[in-house]
Design a protein around this ligand. Structure first.
Ligand code: NAD
Length: 426
């Protein structure tokens, strides 16, 4: 019911989250009181802060941190710098973080934040000052045992290092060295973890490998295309390469390219680092967005923004599997169309959970003053992914439902159990 009513209007990401949540809650019969709590965010922090630009002018920016739920552990989630960031987008991303951490069975809750800014319009020095001033404005709303940011769209290890430095500068000197876990996704020399940079994509590929194994599908020679060639998209392609899978299409904010004979991800990255755009990559053909979304291949990895597979584009999707590297790439209408077409979807809260899982490993290493090697990190990550795949598959059978709803149910079962054990204060 909820789905039909809401689908008549254009979805924002938070509408999508609530539709997915209500589907799962309905299916599993989630306790109505707990359902009321989880349908809301806990805290929503909006800060307007001034920053001096390189030319001496002052600009005021709006930053957000939405803390959805911390029942299972400290709030956890990335920071996005994008011109379309608004409160609804951050609410949606924060809610998905709660489901994601519960699903992965790691002791975190869910949060997300960001700044409404187009970072391509600012110098590195300006981005540093924007980041530091945003961190200062958030003050004690973040903290190593309270709320822990990480990278997301247009943020990276360098930005995490500036957040770390700003946060540590504002606390008592005796507290500094035991507060390095206030952010994850840091550069390795500043306390980051081996394997964190590629972790989200590594998780996506571990999911694809598990899907292939369960479906007796040979990835060697399989074709796939990727939307987004930033952290998640470019790493996914680099990790798929040694498996023998063939990258046939890539789209980013600047346009899309196609080559049925295969695109080498390393060469494409090198080309992009020189030219700044994908188009013109030797051997490839420039295609438009509609052509890109209907490439015939075995696998599609959306790794850019939300609401890409919709009522409009889903009918053209021509693949066996969609592995959601991005958050919210498929809207509820798109989901139904893919189901009708028999396209399997590994949902975002599972497919891209490698990032937060390795963030948890980084957080643990910081707390224990340990450094794990890459092999250790990857082995532990793969174990988590395989175990979670099984948990979701069992629930999927039990409730006779789709992959996304089953993943949401696994999360909600965990949250419901803890709420029931603890009760509602007072
Ligand atoms: P990023 O900033 O490194 O890369 C984003 C990519 O998307 C860029 O290649 C950009 O050109 C492309 N893009 C932007 N707008 C586009 C458009 N309109 N059409 C096509 N391409 C477009 O970001 P990222 O960290 O790789 O994140 C990508 C997605 O993965 C996001 O949805 C993010 O929430 C999700 N995610 C990231 C992480 C992480 O650890 N970084 C973890 C979980 C999920």
């Amino acid at each position: 019911m909820v789905m039909k009513e809401s689908m008549t209007k254009k979805q924002n990401l938070y509408d999508n989250v609530l539709i997915q949540f209500n589907n799962a809650a309905e299916k599993m019969g989630l306790d109505p009181h707990i359902r009321k709590i989880l349908a809301k965010t806990t805290n929503e922090i909006i800060v307007n802060f001034p920053v001096k630009m390189d030319d001496g002018n002052v600009q005021v920016f709006t930053g957000y941190r939405v803390q959805h739920n911390n029942t299972l552990g400290p709030y956890k989630g990335g920071l996005r710098y994008h011109q379309n960031v608004d409160i609804n987008m951050i609410r949606a991303l924060a809610s998905w973080m709660t489901w994601k951490t519960a699903l992965a069975d790691i002791p975190f809750g869910g949060a997300k934040g960001g700044i409404q800014v187009d970072p391509t319009k600012y110098s590195q020095r300006e981005i540093e000052r924007i980041t530091r001033r945003f961190t200062y404005s958030l003050g004690s709303n973040i903290g190593p045992e309270y709320d822990i940011p990480a990278p997301d769209v247009n943020t990276n290890a360098q930005i995490m290092a500036w957040i770390l430095d700003t946060y540590l500068s504002g606390i008592h000197p005796q507290e500094r060295n035991r507060s390095v876990h206030v952010v994850t996704g840091k550069p390795v020399a500043s306390g980051g973890s081996q394997g964190r940079e590629k972790a989200t994509a590594q998780g996506v590929v571990f999911c694809i490998l598990e899907w292939a194994k369960r479906n007796k599908f040979d990835l060697n020679g399989a074709s796939y295309f990727v939307q987004g060639f930033g952290n998640v998209g470019s790493w996914a392609a680099r990790i798929m390469k040694p498996l023998g899978a063939k990258l046939v299409g890539v789209e980013d904010v600047s346009g899309a390219v196609y080559n049925p004979n295969g695109i080498d991800p390393d060469d494409l990255l090198e080309f992009m680092s020189k030219m700044g755009v994908l188009t013109g990559f030797p051997g490839s053909k420039k295609i438009d967005h509609t052509q890109f979304m209907s490439i015939k291949a075995d696998i599609f990895i959306p790794a850019a923004l939300g609401n890409q597979i919709t009522g409009e584009t889903a009918p053209g999707i021509d693949v066996k599997l969609v592995a959601e590297g991005a958050n919210g790439p498929t809207d509820p209408e798109g989901d139904i169309i893919l189901q009708e077409k028999g396209v399997e979807v590994i949902p975002d809260i599972f497919a891209n959970s490698g990032g937060v899982i390795v963030s948890y490993f980084e957080w643990l290493q910081n707390k224990r003053s340990e450094f794990w090697d890459l092999e250790d990190v990857d082995t532990k990550l793969r174990k988590k992914i395989v175990k979670t795949y099984k948990n979701i598959s069992d629930i999927r059978k039990q409730y006779n439902t789709d992959f996304r709803t089953a993943a949401n149910i696994v999360s909600l079962i965990r949250l419901e159990k803890v709420y029931k054990e603890r009760g509602i204060f007072p």
